[in-house]
Design a protein around this ligand. Sequence first.
Ligand SMILES: *Cc1c(COP(=O)(O)O)cnc(C)c1O
Length: 419
Amino acid sequence: MTLGFGHSYLAIPGPSSIPECVLSAMHRAAPNIYEGELVDMVATILPDLRRVARTDHHVAIYICNGHGAWEAALTNTLSRGDRVLVLSNGRFSYNWGDMAARLGAQVDFLHFTATDGYAVLPERVENALRTAAQEGTPFRAVLCTHVDTGNSVRNDIVAIKAALDAANSEALLLVDCIACLACDDFHMDAWGVDVMITASQKGLMTPPGLGFVFFNPRAAERQRTADMVTPYWDWAGRVDPELFYLHFFGTAPTHHLFGLRAALTLLLETEGLEAALKRHAVLARAVWAALDAWGDAAGGVQPIIANSANRSHAVTAVYSPLNRGSAIRQWMVANTNVTLGIGLGMVERTNPDWHGHFRIAHMGHVNAHMTLGVLACLDAAFKALEIPHGAGAIEAAAKVCADACTDTKERAAASGCCD
Ligand SMILES: *Cc1c(COP(=O)(O)O)cnc(C)c1O
């Protein structure tokens, strides 16, 4: 038999679960694209996107996925032959750097691997920047991810920016926040990020199809002389359009925009950004508590990122030392209607170890019953498949949730708040 009849749950790191209010906002007739509701609404979306990114600067919206946002960020800031430093600690930063090379930049990869715990080490960044300057070809840009979605490592962007400053580097800092914006805390302006990119289908809870590029005045200045700029990706016209259609360099992505409007209201007004970040932190800790307990048994599953200070709150990458990851995913779909993420960027698909990897997403429109449900279903999978696992995982995850809610209530009572 199967216990899967009922709601299906896609617990993969993008696309994430779409809220009902976003779906229903999109269920409508095509709007007027010249004037009226759509045009007025886009004017409200831009400041709200800035609030999520915590920037006072520009945001360009593109009809594209995250890969399109990558290309937009690169072509607006680089010239052919520019030397670019890629902080490569997972599939996504590597592929972004590879794209820069294909566009004609001179790319240096600085790799951070399992031996480093995957996190970018700022002192190595500083050294690389100093060496390039001494060689007479300083880096013009540094690319990194905030979170690599393949191994779920989160980089310390403040420390990376400090490394640029310590080396007196003129390089622009470009950060890919596609996996984690609105899930992991991020402050574009305070952290000194010049260009930040994200996409609609993860923390922003909207279907795939919108890419966003945020940029500050330094990046805008660089763009004026960048020779990779092309008409479609050119961000200048998009942020300062004479006519509405120039926001999108063509027809607006009408229904995505209605969906995004609903998602931003949910995030910023209904829940609040700080509360959403807290929710992600607690749900991530619930997942990690379960992993700690399961991992107590020899052969039990383990998080890829050993140091919890370097883990994302949006997704957790997991490894089964007995290479049972694929079996676990298949059992979960067949018996519980929960789809987990496949392993990405850890080993080649042809390597038998590929079957050891899977990922649990906890990004976007996800609450305690969804995450605790996934964990309890995983516990059932281990039992059904006779995969070794320590006891008390669900107990431990539930306790993380219980403690977090109690804390909040006590703090509300102490501040005299009542609801
Ligand atoms: C999902 C993701 C991408 C790619 O986004 P697509 O929409 O699939 O093109 C790039 N970078 C990171 C960090 C991501 O999580």
